[in-house]
Design a protein around this ligand. Structure first.
Ligand code: 13P
Ligand code: SF4
Length: 330
């Protein structure tokens, strides 16, 4: 059996390559070398570990990364993010190789919306326009009229004629927030992100007592009780812009803790305090899916060009339509 065949066997069993990596290797240099050799582009989300963020060609939120995937001339796209992000990149680029360092890097929101149940729900409202958050499977996107991310969701909802009923899936918190923002009454799927639902208001309030000048900023996937207490609510990129432009010096940040790295880089004189979760050792909230990617897996993924994202052709063809509508509107 040759090395690639061995790697494929390993992958089928685990979802990622678990081949020992020589500890003396300089992974940053090796990854850079492999990217060049293979004409690969590395896209990374703000929730990735610091080392991965630092080596990315493009670092951003889910909209920016989808836009970069649509623009790239590279032959290979390596997605340091979660499955729905890499899958979206593959749908946009059916002819390119799209790699995800760990196939088990899923998403609790995407999992909260199974396609069979959603198709049934949709069939009960045949005249409704379906807006789906990008955090969904390709099968859900194939049942969707227009995709959105947290940074363009309001714009997407506002683009739909006022007399149209809207189905919004799968995040109930983002859906509720959008209802308040747009004044639209939507049919909202009952899904949620475990990372953003985990924040403890009680612990945040006690942090606020310790840091009375700190502003509370939150991602709209957070619960309404937290959103209503927040000084600012926005997508990861909007939160980053806010902390750069705002004149406060301290912030309690209610989103996945990985974003603090970019906040500290953009606003080095400010203090960023992660919002604590109900139960967690890090006094923050970490996305276990995002954190499945490591430098070792990234290196192996580039070296063996595995695991590769594969999407059913018919589903991909249908899912591309609402993704392109979103990209055009953004
Ligand atoms: P954005 O990157 O769109 O802010 O979304 C955050 C998120 O939870 C990605 O999974
Ligand atoms: Fe999914 Fe939440 Fe993780 Fe984002 S933070 S990838 S929405 S589980």
């Amino acid at each position: 059996m040759n090395t690639i065949e061995k790697a494929k066997k390993e992958l089928a069993a685990k979802g990622f390559l678990d081949i020992p990596v020589d500890a003396s290797l300089d992974l940053v240099e090796e990854i850079k070398k492999l990217k060049k050799e293979k004409n690969a582009v590395l896209l990374a989300h703000y929730y990735q570990t610091k080392d991965i963020q630092d080596i990315a060609d493009y670092l951003g939120d889910s909209l920016y990364l989808a836009q970069q995937a649509a623009r790239t001339k590279a032959d290979v796209i390596v997605f340091a993010g979660v499955h729905f992000m890499a899958e979206t990149a593959k749908i946009i680029n059916p002819g390119k190789k799209v790699l995800l360092p760990d196939l088990l890097a899923g998403c609790s929101l995407a999992e909260s919306c199974p396609a069979d149940r959603f198709a049934n729900f949709k069939s009960q409202h045949p005249d409704a326009v379906v807006v789906s958050y990008i955090n969904t499977s390709a099968a859900i996107k194939a049942l969707t009229d227009i995709v959105c991310t947290s940074s363009n969701a309001k714009k997407v909802i506002d683009s739909i004629p006022a007399d149209k009923q809207i189905i919004f899936a799968p995040d109930r918190n983002l859906g509720n927030y959008l209802q308040l923002q747009t004044g639209r009454d939507m049919l909202i799927w009952d899904g949620a992100c475990t990372v953003h639902e985990a924040f403890s208001l009680e612990k945040i309030e006690s942090l606020m007592e310790n840091y009375p000048a700190a502003k509370l900023i939150a991602h709209p996937e957070s619960r309404p009780v937290l959103i209503s207490r927040s000084d600012f609510v926005g997508s990861t990129s909007a939160l980053l812009r806010y902390v750069q432009e705002d004149d406060a010096k301290e912030y309690i940040v209610a989103t996945e803790v990985g974003i603090l790295h970019e906040m500290e880089r953009r606003a080095p004189s400010k203090k960023f305090i992660p919002a604590p979760a109900e139960t967690s050792e890090c006094a923050c909230s970490e996305c276990e899916y995002m954190k499945r990617n490591t430098m070792e897996k990234l290196y192996l993924c580039l070296k063996y060009e595995l695991p590769e994202i594969v999407v059913d052709e018919e589903i991909a063809r249908r899912a591309l339509v609402p993704i392109e509508r979103m990209l055009k509107l953004s």
